[in-house]
Design a binder for this molecule. Sequence first.
Ligand SMILES: [Mg+2]
Length: 255
Amino acid sequence: MQTIAFCDLDDTLFYTGRKLDEALRSSTAALDRIGEAHSFVSRHQAHLLGTLLAGATLIPVTGRDPDAYGRVQMVFDSWAILDHGATVLRPGGLPDRVWQLVMREALEDQEQALRLAAQAAGHISDLMHLGCTVRLHEAGGLPMMVVVKHPYALQNSLDTMSQQWALWRQEAGVGLRFFANGNNLTLIARGVSKEAAVEYVLGQLRDDSEDQELLTLGLGDSLADAPFMNLCDFALTPGDSQLMRGVLENELEQR
Ligand SMILES: [Mg+2]
């Protein structure tokens, strides 16, 4: 049986420097735009990779775009899912053509909504002096999501932005998907998701594996990771992750 591990990267396989004490760092995981160490693998994460996942084929499932993925100092040699699922790389690193066409179709008629959402976020931040940064991200030359951050991860600013942006979406009738984790508020095009891309890659892997059975693991820390982790045989999340907190803080119906 072959083991396939679909792994989120940030906050699952490594942490940014501000979240990980120097004493707990094992190695550098990713560089920033100017080439300096930005994210680190903890000793526990290194051990997880070296033991539990040693025999598995690792497939990154990340919100990182190709540039940011290129700054990750780990070697993945199978498929890779980037841009929250908007980009799928085949083994060898070239974009999957079929997935490109699927995404183009999904993104084409949402360009205007995404541009308006980015403009609205900019206006809200300026008018209310929130000091947030707004970035419209593209995949394959088409806008696919808007990400709002605060340079110092100021929670008050992010909370206000989140509420005001939700009001704007309601009034404007914009049906983009929203999710947030830490210093990121994200609005993403419908049809773009980690789970859609994982489902596609799983289909390809099953076609390629002929008769060999696959054991699939899903690793992630965010609530937005849960749907793709649920496609796998087993799911693994760090303690105190957003996902675990979500489960524990809400009184879930037991039946
Ligand atoms: Mg993550």
